[in-house]
Write a protein that binds this ligand. Sequence first.
Ligand SMILES: [Zn+2]
Ligand SMILES: [Zn+2]
Length: 126
Amino acid sequence: MRWWKSGSYACTDCKKKFDFESIRYGSDGKTIRCVSCHEQVLREDQKKREAEAKPKAAPVMSDVLKLICVECRYKFSYRKGSRIQPVCPYCGKSRLMIDDTTADRLVEEVGRIRDWEKACRSGTAS
Ligand SMILES: [Zn+2]
Ligand SMILES: [Zn+2]
């Protein structure tokens, strides 16, 4: 004969009553939850931990672009925010591609360089 009363454990979260087999203790050892609420909590904890594990600040190297010259395939680094238009140090051409970034960034950065090229041409190249 079972010494506990069936359904004598109330889940902290959903307030329903469960058998001892159907409840789990929380990480503090006091909180009791039914299996489904317990799993829900575990999932949320996992999500929280994953969110915390992500670096909040962008890596320092992100202000440096790796560029490839379209003309001669020369690879070089270029510091973002510089006022000088990026040109290939090898052949001096300004047709450049960005190396090793994601597709989204590539489109974004190349677009920015093109705008800049346009501005340079219309502004100072008279
Ligand atoms: Zn529950
Ligand atoms: Zn080049």
